[in-house]
Design a protein around this ligand. Structure first.
Ligand SMILES: Nc1ncnc2c1ncn2[C@@H]1O[C@H](COP(=O)(O)OP(=O)(O)OP(=O)(O)O)[C@@H](O)[C@H]1O
Ligand SMILES: [Mg+2]
Length: 256
């Protein structure tokens, strides 16, 4: 099973958009995919137009708010063919408190084993990480073995990259199997020199990890409002083609 964290400390760079469309695209190829929303905003469910009763909080704690015991499998929401969601949302605040009360070493690694469903036939576990950096982010990077970083080709996008890679390196000291595998330029606007300039710098800095960019495309921002992935909303959009390229690359890497 491949475990990919879609992570970047900077907000609004396309993490959720990428995680949701990547997960659906892989599921459409016939892979079995679980998307784990690790954000208190709980956006992944909204992007997919679903409203699960349970999610990551119940998956870890093993019971609901009333104390009723739950099987882990009952917290996984089947949202499309071959595609399950472990929803995020505000209850993750409590999960972070729970983690915060653990002794220091355990605090960072407590979820590493729990986060990977046992005995499953899943091909991919995809984590949609929250912006910023906290105890939950560290735990996710203990469970993952690949990191995909979306970088928006807009605004001061290289700002904060160094800080984030500092975080990543500290996580790699605890999880030796964790690799920065993909740098995904997002919101590529061919009309601006700025987009090209950042892309050029990223290509120079990350020769191996750099992926073809995802264009800035208004269809991508319309699709979540309708609870659809780009493949459901506008399969002919340039961004659907961009995400398909990414999906093929990632899936092919697994066959090597
Ligand atoms: N390539 C794109 N073209 C146009 N709009 C995009 C693109 N990618 C993402 N968006 C839009 O930009 C906004 C931010 O995207 P998204 O929520 O995926 O970012 P995020 O990194 O997950 O944000 P956060 O850090 O808050 O979790 C959303 O409204 C989304 O629809
Ligand atoms: Mg997000």
């Amino acid at each position: 099973m491949r475990k990919i964290a879609v992570a970047m400390a900077k907000g609004g760079v396309g993490k959720t958009t990428t995680a949701v469309n990547l997960a659906h695209g892989l599921a459409k190829l016939g892979r079995k995919v679980l998307l784990v929303d690790c954000d208190t905003q709980g956006q992944a469910a909204k992007f997919l137009g679903v409203n699960p009763d349970y999610g990551l909080y119940e998956f870890v704690i093993g019971k609901d708010e009333t104390g009723k015991a739950l099987y882990k499998k009952d917290t996984l929401y089947p949202c499309r063919n071959n595609f399950w969601l472990l929803a995020g949302g505000i209850k993750l605040v409590e999960l972070k408190h729970w983690l915060g009360e653990k002794p220091r070493l355990e605090r960072q690694t407590a979820l590493a084993k729990t986060l990977v469903p046992k005995g499953s036939s899943l091909d991919y576990l995809i984590f949609d990480c929250a912006p910023g950096w906290d105890v939950l982010s560290v735990n996710i990077l203990m469970a993952a073995n690949e990191v995909l970083c979306p970088v928006a080709l807009q605004g001061p996008s290289l700002e904060g990259l160094k800080t984030f890679f500092g975080y990543l390196m500290s996580a790699q000291r605890l999880n030796l199997g964790l690799q920065l595998k993909y740098i995904l330029p997002t919101m590529f606007d061919q009309r601006t020199n700025h987009s090209f300039e950042i892309l050029r710098q990223l290509r120079r800095l990350f020769r191996k990890q750099i992926c073809d960019p995802i264009h800035y495309n208004v269809r991508l921002s319309e699709a979540p409002a309708r609870g659809k992935t780009i493949f459901e909303y506008r399969a002919s959009a340039v961004s659907a083609e961009d995400y398909n390229k990414l999906i093929w690359r990632i899936d092919n890497d697994g066959k090597k």
